[in-house]
Design a protein around this ligand. Sequence first.
Ligand code: HEC
Length: 181
Amino acid sequence: MPYNYCVVVTFCMLVAACGERNEPSLATSAEPPYQAITTIQDTMAWILDPAADVIWSSAGTIITAQGHQELAPTTDEDWAEVLHAAATLTEAGNLLMMPGRAAGDDWIEYAQGLTAAGQLAIKAAQDQDDEALFEAGGRLYQVCRACHNQYWIEAEGGDQRDDGYDENENENENDQGHSTR
Ligand code: HEC
């Protein structure tokens, strides 16, 4: 159909012309239709926090009344669960960078840090390497904390923050091992 062909050619030329002179407007018109559905609180509570808990409860050692207990996964199923949580956290970095969620330049950097830590955890899970998982858990913890320190504006009336990581819980060595770095 010559008419359609003509339209397509004209459109391509327009796009090419725009592309040369004005890249940003081209990028804007090609923007995928992102929809941020969950609030930041719910993104944290429903996506990041449960996934991070899986990682943190699978790495390091806890001290119980019975003595030291290694938390590292021992079965393929448990490692697969860690892998899935790690993938969730890795992609959650992208979720946090979505238009409407990013709150500043440092925010983007923290979101990328989340993805980087998540990738370490993915690798650790694939290798079933408990030491690497412990390291990744520590990196993760630092990223959560760094972003919270800067962007979590506390409600009036004191520190009500509960980011899902209880420092007193179980004397988790994951915390102790990384707090000085
Ligand atoms: C890029 C920034 C950023 C990163 C990275 C981040 N958070 Fe958050 N988080 C926030 C902000 C901002 C809030 C406060 C939201 C509010 O109350 O307005 C928050 C709040 C929370 C909350 C409280 C949610 C609620 O119910 O009010 C939890 C839990 C949480 N984060 C867990 C985590 C964990 C776990 C990680 C790391 C795996 C993490 N966050 C990484 C920005 C971040």
